[in-house]
Design a protein around this ligand. Structure first.
Ligand code: GLA
Length: 398
């Protein structure tokens, strides 16, 4: 079950909801995800093949590669871990995951956190058991396993929405969807365990306008990413305009990283890392961490770029002029500026950044975050030829 039905839900973007306890939910959310969550998720590389051994190997590799020290702390199991419910309705993992509590203990023993996946519908997108009708029971089970992060994926809940309203009134659909997400939020809160709540419903109904109100710490803004430049660029560059909806504890999520999966060039993967950092997006690696080459490590572990993503102001960056240039304000008055060349079939041409276009008058200090080089003091503008599909990323300050 993939996505073609998803966008048929032309739900109203501006529907306002009133929630009791919204202020409390917001405060707790800022504690759980004060900066964009970082870690690894099994889906992009392993899809439904993920096993207990893979998750342990990912945890080991996060530590050994230096990713843990760089801030990647969530080890997230995506779809396909689910087995059957017992007579009491308790969910059990399938045979690929013999003991979820033991796996949680292992991940925690490495100083990392465990993530899991479910759906508000009866079935997940992969056709496994969802949480419909068992929300509190599942949240309590996850907490007993030591789960620290839940990705909650709409999937078959769309069928429930249709059943309840065959005419598919967009307004009614939106209200039902919001109620379903809020229900699991409340169930997670009732466990008294801080569990990062990641909404996944592909952006329908302009989730960025209400994701926070239903308890989301982050929400997918688009359909699924794939390991191709076209997919990544379409998703990443289409985030322009969503910046006002993000901040500490509530992040727009343009989906996970594909860096290291083999379908893009090094320049294109640097573009994903840079753009996601400018966007203050969650950084969830999606590659085989146990077989990372040095180039992949150099991208995922670029501490200057990670610092842009994780900057404590939590401001999502935005597109400026010319449109290939994006800027993110950083704490201390600095700014991160990325110059992208999203054209991949023409000769690369020089691109000029005028410092006044990103709010600086007069000379600035600059550092090139991919060349790892201080550029000294620059006057008025900077001209550079950006490789096809690639990026030059600077930190600029007075
Ligand atoms: C949906 C989600 C993906 C992944 C799969 C799993 O497509 O958007 O990120 O979780 O489901 O089935």
């Amino acid at each position: 079950m993939r996505c073609h039905a998803r966008f048929l839900l032309a739900v109203c973007a501006s529907f306002a909801i009133a929630l009791t306890g919204a202020a409390t939910a917001k405060a707790q959310s800022a504690d759980r995800a004060s900066t964009p969550p970082m870690g690894w998720n099994s889906w992009n590389h392993l899809a439904d093949r993920v096993t207990d051994d893979d998750v342990r190997a990912a945890a080991d590799a996060i530590v050994a590669s230096g990713m843990k020290d760089a801030g990647y702390i969530y080890v997230n199991i995506d779809d396909s871990w689910e087995g059957q419910r017992d007579a009491q309705g308790n969910i059990h993992p399938n045979s690929k995951f013999p003991d979820m509590k033991a796996l949680g203990d292992y991940v925690h023993s490495k100083g990392l956190r465990l993530g899991i996946y479910s759906s508000p519908g009866p079935k997940t997108c992969g056709g496994y058991e969802g949480s419909y009708g068992h929300e509190q029971q599942d949240a309590s089970t996850y907490a007993s396993w030591g789960v620290d992060f839940l990705k909650y994926d709409l999937c078959s809940y769309m069928e429930i929405m249709k059943l309840h309203d065959p005419h598919q009134d967009p307004q009614k659909a939106l209200v039902m969807m919001q109620a379903a997400y809020r229900k699991m939020h409340e169930a997670l809160i009732n466990t008294h365990r801080p569990i990062v709540y990641s909404l996944c419903q592909y952006g329908v109904g302009s989730v960025w306008e209400w994701g926070r109100e239903v308890g989301g710490d982050m929400w997918r803004t688009t359909d699924d990413i794939s390991d191709h430049y076209g997919s990544m660029a379409l998703i990443g560059f289409s985030q322009a305009g969503l910046e006002k909806f993000a901040g500490p504890g509530h992040w727009n999520d343009p989906d996970m990283l594909e860096i290291g999966n083999g379908g893009m060039t090094v320049d294109q993967y640097r573009t994903q890392m840079s753009l996601w950092a400018i966007l203050a997006a969650p950084l969830l690696a999606g590659n085989d961490l146990s077989k990372m080459d040095e180039i992949t490590k150099s991208i995922l572990l670029n501490k200057d770029v990670i610092a842009v993503d994780q900057d404590k102001l939590g401001i999502q960056g935005s597109r400026v002029e010319p449109p290939q240039i994006w800027m993110k304000p950083l704490s201390g008055g600095a700014k991160a500026v990325a110059l992208f060349n999203y054209v991949i079939d023409d000769e690369a041409e020089p691109l000029t950044l005028k410092f006044k276009d990103v709010g600086f008058n007069g000379p600035v200090h600059a550092r090139d975050l991919w060349a790892h080089k201080d550029l000294g003091i620059l006057q008025d503008f900077y001209t550079v030829t950006v490789p096809q599909g690639g990026v030059v990323m600077l930190k600029i300050w007075k």
